[in-house]
Design a protein around this ligand. Structure first.
Ligand SMILES: [Zn+2]
Length: 160
């Protein structure tokens, strides 16, 4: 519903879900710190302004946006977002968390596969004025954020 993915769209998130690493997807498998049978969570390949290492949660199955994602999948994403938010509070020692989820290009959606962003917030970080100031981070720079989250979820497994 209200779809914008072009015909024959090669979905970068579906590639990452299926374990592919190539130039069509920026996500590396090492970015993924949580996965169950419905969703996975990863450090985003793009860092925004003064808030590097923010996280996205995605459904394993392809749905373009909030309008069409099934409720049971959305419920899982929200449940996992709660756990990931608490993990970010501990691992990043952040002041606060923003949840952001963009639908359609006019709202800033770039990858046409539903994804929920979680941003750790820091003193005077100016996140919202920097939203267009993003850069693709080197995989090694992403690892410093994904590794502590992998360790966290080893000792705090999510159960439903
Ligand atoms: Zn997809």
């Amino acid at each position: 519903m209200f779809n914008h993915a072009p015909h024959n769209y090669i979905c970068p998130i579906c590639l990452a879900v299926s374990g592919v690493e190539n130039d069509k997807t920026m996500m590396k498998q090492a970015d993924i710190f949580y996965r169950d049978e419905v969703v996975m969570a990863a450090v985003n390949s793009k860092f925004v302004g003064n808030n590097p290492g923010h996280v996205i949660i995605v459904p394993l199955e392809h749905f373009e946006n909030l309008y069409e994602i099934p409720n049971e999948v959305l419920h899982r994403i929200v449940s996992v977002s709660k756990k990931v938010a608490v993990a970010l509070k501990e691992v990043r020692n952040c002041l606060a968390i923003n949840v952001l989820q963009n639908n359609e290009p006019a709202a800033g959606q770039h990858a046409f596969h539903y994804h929920m962003h979680l941003f750790p917030r820091f003193e005077n970080d100016q996140l919202f004025s920097n939203m267009d100031n993003s850069r693709v981070a080197e995989p090694a720079d992403r690892d410093q954020y994904s590794e502590p989250l992998k360790d966290y979820f080893k000792s705090h497994p999510i159960t439903f």
